[in-house]
Design a protein around this ligand. Sequence first.
Ligand code: GLY
Length: 568
Amino acid sequence: MPKIVIYSFLLFFLFVSCKKQPQAPAYQSVQSMVVDSAAVVSPHPLASEIGIEILRKGGNAVDAAVAVQFALAVVYPRAGNIGGGGFMVIRDQDGSTTSLDYREKAPQSAHRNLYLDSLENVIKGLSTEGVLAAGVPGTVAGLLDAHQKHGKLKDVAALIEPAILLAKNGFKISEAEARRLNRFQDAFRKHNNTPNPFIKDTFIIGDLLVQEELAHTLNLIKEKGKAGFYEGVVADAIVAEMKNSNGIISKSDLQKYETQWRTPISVDYKNYRIFSMPPPSSGGLALGQLLKIVEGFPISDYGFHSQEAIHLMVEAERRVYADRATYLGDPDFYTVPVDSLLSSDYLTESMSTYTPEQASVSDSIDTGSLLIKESFETTHTSIVDSDGNAVSVTTTLNSNYGCKVWVDGAGFFLNNEMDDFSVKPGIPNQFGLVGAEANAIQAEKRMLSSMTPTIIEKDGELFMVLGAPGGSTIITAVFQVFLNVAEFGMPLDKAVTAPRFHHQWLPDEIIIEKGGIPESTQQQLLEMGHNIRAIERMAVIKAIQRLPDGSLHGAGDFRNPDDDVSGW
Ligand code: GLY
């Protein structure tokens, strides 16, 4: 072969290999770390770093949380957002607690049959993809309200500026982000007619993701506050997307959006006090019920992942998730019987059919009728600052990249949170039970959630901050990680990485993480009448534990390779 041909081949291979050679981004995740004073655990190292920078500049945990959330809207576009919503639980250093609900709302023209055809059958995909799936976004209002009421740094611009720079200058994407972006290319092309930074033949690790339109939107928020998002050109761009397709969010929906400060659910478990998100999230209430149920059993004697412990926890979950499907919805529209559901009389009655030997049957649990089907794609951040203020915040677009519609000219994905409503309520199940009226679609109502941002005290002192993405498995993951520490004596990182299991009443099965429960224990559970199904992974916890000497142990979760702990 002539030399010139050989050289050409060599040059060609050199070119191809250079071009395709993955370039690792200049950041690395640390998934477990003990620090002296302050810690941020978020789903992305660049966001954690920004949180820590804000703390170093004298900001408190709320300031850091706001900055981290704006940064996640840039570096974690599949769930970090300004086009979605979330919940924040705050515990001040003086022990006072509050929670902020910035969940999306149904547009004013939404109604209970929005996703049904003329025969009242669900139209597939309508509540999950495309603009009709989007609720009115709450994130921008939520972050600005949190800062205004509980932030320490006066100037909110300082909290948005780092995100603007990341969007304008770009950042190198991680391998996990590249994989996800590639997975959703077809959906992005289907729902977007114009080019955008997320549409590309193939993404690889180290690709620079520049988001100029998002930088511009963030800049408007920096300059004009809420009006930079809910009015003016950004509102125009959202409404234009609605008009391009079958969407219903109007300018008036955007202008009317308001957050709600709510009293957290507070539940005592032995010498711990748990503060978590009240309705319209089911998270805090369900977690409280689960803990109150198992409190009366010697669960630490049963042992971690023993058949006795798993059976007890699963039977509690079966009953609590049945309650969730029936009684829980937006408290501004439906009276959620919070106190009754947490009362010991009610929980004792609920467990009266429990036996340690035999699985119950979900169909015999006397309550509502709908399945839980939230997406696994949400995101959580836990923060403790050097004064001991703590923030636990979970945000979501619902599915990965929400409804897949990227707002042209404004640079962000819209959520598909409308799918968290009961799309077809009031239909009796096989026993004639009618469930989920509490979560039926109504104009301006908030859809039920499983997000469980949680802060825990031990003997009156800050003990743990935790939460997770993971749809309906969030609640049971928070439940298990807390018990792993409090009852099974695990260090936090082991408690977080330990395999998990989950029961949500219907379908009547325990789902377990593949290989996570010993075969012999599974066999015992099957013999008791349980059904078991293995899946890849469940919720992805991000937690901070305050150790007895006052230091902080931050733990991310291997289930998201980008989870990161930063601190000092
Ligand atoms: N969209 C997930 C949740 O709110 O639980």
